[in-house]
Design a protein around this ligand. Structure first.
Ligand code: PLP
Length: 411
């Protein structure tokens, strides 16, 4: 299998430089922008060479299910930004987590997972992996003692996401890494909400970093993509063979889109986070808002930890609860949340996030709609909760967009 070489930079070149320069081995044509290799297979010079290459005796491109130059450029660049030796790209964020499970777990193994991770992740670990005899214990995201207590002799993996979707709970990545390593297990962190522009879990001890490239890595809501980042030996020995057999591969076209997205990642994260902080601060002062969840606010329960882990930046996702929980209960809360969402004229009503276009969603009935009410409650997904993933619009227009509904709530 082919591995593209690292670009020969000075060793101390910084992330913003890597984001536009790493992973670009030019072809003989000398293109300045990354080439898109839309080809499913690669021609071999003769049958004997083909045999050697398919047997991994010689490095070369053979078939795009497991090796494609554009996909590898994305892997190389993402790994450089995360500060890991290697990365392996997948068709989506969920297929990255599926690959993680297929690569690391077998029947009888045990996983400790935060109970506040992305909805489909809960379903994948709690229901799908259970079919294959993998046991999972879900623990409160922020309770380090609960993580420690949940570890068993057969625990192979700790899985966390920070901040979580949608209520931005922060886990202490270094503390979880210590627990995992003390138990001979690995820590995987879903770094979707921060991206490597704000948070590098590997530097805090995480062994594997999972991405939904669909979100901030693409950054403009165009394609599905995913990746797992980690040590080269681990990726090559455990992940690549599964990818070769399972084929949850990233298409070259989608790889090219996210590869180019990485070039603007840090300036987007910075600009969108700045707007998110301003919006969150404003929301906190609104009489019809009961609670705001945003790691950049001093009122956030793990504000200090978030600032330490995320380079002092809160990220671009703000969630808030509209007034109306009592006395009408959940039904009134849901009606009020729908009213605020339906009163917007700028925001897109859609479950995606990480886009330059601000998106607004009602998690309890969309991303977390498949969960039981009990699972939703333990994840803090109440009916009055609204999630806003702040884009690049003028923040004054976003405030006006939310104010329209907040100022006209009935009961
Ligand atoms: C969206 C998301 C995923 C899943 O990614 P897809 O690309 O949609 O499969 C996983 N984790 C988090 C935190 C997400 O927001």
């Amino acid at each position: 299998m082919k591995r593209i070489p690292r670009v020969d930079f000075p060793a101390d070149v910084r992330p913003d430089t890597l984001a536009v320069r790493e992973g670009l081995p030019r072809t003989a044509w000398g293109e300045n922008s990354e080439a898109l290799f839309l080809t499913s297979s690669f021609v071999q010079p003769d049958a004997a060479t083909a045999a050697a290459r398919f047997a991994n005796e010689e490095e070369a491109f053979t078939y795009s299910r497991f090796t494609n130059p554009t996909v590898m450029m994305f892997e190389r660049r993402l790994a450089a930004l995360e500060g890991t030796e290697a990365a392996i790209a997948t068709a989506s964020g969920m297929s990255a987590i599926l690959l993680l499970g297929l690569a690391l777990l077998k029947a009888g193994d045990h996983v400790v997972c935060s109970q506040s991770v992305f909805g489909s992740t809960l379903v994948l670990f709690g229901r799908e992996f259970a079919k294959f005899g993998v046991e999972v214990t879900f623990v409160p995201q922020t309770d380090v003692a609960a993580w420690r207590a949940a570890v068993r002799p057969n625990t192979k993996l700790l899985f966390a996401e920070s901040p979580t979707n949608p209520i931005t709970e922060i886990c202490d990545i270094r503390a979880l890494a210590d627990i995992a390593h003390g138990a001979g297990a690995l820590l995987a962190v879903d770094n979707c909400f921060c991206s490597p522009a704000l948070q590098r879990p590997a530097a805090l001890g995480a062994d594997l970093i999972v991405h939904s490239g669909t979100k901030y890595l693409d950054g403009q809501g165009r394609v599905l993509a995913g990746a797992v980042c980690g040590a080269e030996a681990l990726i090559n020995e455990k992940f690549v063979p599964v990818m070769r057999s399972a084929g949850i591969s990233l298409s070259p076209f989608n790889a090219w889109v996210v590869l180019k997205g990485l070039e603007t990642l840090s300036i987007r994260m910075e600009a969108q986070s700045r707007r998110a902080l301003e919006l969150a601060t404003w929301l906190e002062a609104q009489p019809n808002v009961e609670r705001v969840y945003y790691p950049g606010l001093a009122s956030h329960p793990q504000h200090a930890l978030a600032m330490a882990q995320q380079g002092g930046v809160g990220g671009a996702v703000v969630s808030f609860v509209v007034r109306g929980v009592a006395p009408g209960g959940a039904a009134v809360a849901r009606r009020n949340a729908f009213h605020v969402i339906d009163s917007t004229q700028v925001c897109s009503i859609t479950a995606n996030l990480g886009d330059t276009k601000t998106t607004i969603t009602h998690p309890a009935s969309t991303s977390h709609g498949r969960l039981t009410e009990e699972q939703r409650q333990s994840a803090g997904i109440v009916q009055g909760l609204i999630r806003v993933a702040v884009g690049l619009e003028d923040v004054r227009d976003l405030k006006a967009d939310l104010q329209r509904g907040l100022d006209t709530l009935r009961g």
